[in-house]
Design a protein around this ligand. Structure first.
Ligand SMILES: [Zn+2]
Length: 301
């Protein structure tokens, strides 16, 4: 079949081989080592931490302040959003991620190092049809001036993110259709950001202890403290969209719909996903069950 690399994949994918990377967590500041490994169809993305398996699933989220943390069997893995964003952005459905430590390394604060690791591993198609979550009805959540919503769309995931901050960030808005090509070009390199004035308060809360100019764009008044400056004039909204992709990946399969947010963040993204799931606004389509039904076979376990 003559297909462009950007065409939507209809088969599930995993990695072609294992790959390891290491760094430090942005919040805890401790060293961590990750190994991405291939796995079977329908396994999804699973974190292996201290002998426990934590699925990348919205029902496992136990903290959303400034990062997304998952927990299962008394074990936690923190700051999963940029890694999950890279997997979802490149269309990897199934992977095992073993981690030594309790936080995903920050790398340069973007998803670039994870994209490079996944490219090194290679992506392989499995003999299993992909499933999707199709948005059937609009869902909206709000918190103060911020809001986020999901609405039905014909195909793919359309993202429209707007942020509003004081100072040099101001209002920034970005809209795009998520594909591996747009993810690589427009989102993957956008870094986390923070304000110097918040640093001491965050440190007291045990957050951002590992944040440095090597993994965070730091703003002080009207200036960016990083000597290299910004990677995009609107790097901030691009990073917020990168976070959205990682948070929505906790649905467990790609979403077909239109996402929009204004002054959003991890808490709003996850509240939206949870509301959509609980309200039945997302319908699972495709996958093995559907293929069996189409083929007239019974849906055996
Ligand atoms: Zn982020």
């Amino acid at each position: 079949m003559n297909r462009t690399p950007d065409a939507p994949r209809m088969a599930q994918t995993t990695l072609a081989r294992a790959v390891t990377l290491s760094g430090r967590g942005a919040h805890g500041g401790k060293p961590a080592r990750l190994t991405f490994s291939p796995c079977d169809a329908d396994a999804g993305v699973v974190f292996g931490v201290a002998g426990a398996a934590i699925p990348a699933d919205w029902r496992r989220v136990d903290a959303t302040r400034l990062r997304t943390r998952l927990a299962a069997d008394g074990v936690q893995v923190s700051t999963v959003e940029h890694l999950l964003s890279a997997l979802a952005g490149l269309g990897v459905d199934n992977a095992l991620i073993d981690i030594e430590g309790d936080e995903i390394p920050a790398m340069d604060g973007s998803a670039a190092a994870f994209v490079a690791a996944l490219d090194e591993a290679g992506i392989e198609e499995l003999f299993a049809p992909r499933s999707f979550w199709r948005v059937m009805a609009p869902v909206r959540v709000a918190d103060g001036a911020g809001w986020a919503e999901l609405a039905p769309a014909q195909s793919g995931l359309h993202l429209d993110v707007e942020i509003a901050f004081e100072g040099p960030i101001g209002r920034q808005r970005l809209a795009l259709d998520l594909t591996p090509a747009t993810f690589r070009r427009d989102l993957a390199r956008a870094r986390s950001f923070g304000f110097l004035r918040d640093a001491e308060r965050l440190w007291r809360a045990g957050l951002a202890i590992g944040a440095t100019l090597d993994n965070t764009v730091v703003l002080d008044g009207d200036s960016v403290l990083n000597p290299e400056g910004l990677r995009f004039a609107d790097e901030f909204v691009r990073h917020k969209m990168l976070d959205v992709v990682g948070d929505l990946a906790l649905a467990g399969a790609p979403i077909v719909g239109a996402f929009r947010s204004y002054r959003g963040g991890h808490a709003l993204n996850l509240a939206l996903l949870e509301k959509a799931m609980r309200a039945g606004a997302l319908e699972r389509c495709g996958g093995r069950g559907l293929a069996r039904r189409r083929a007239g076979l019974s849906a055996s376990p």
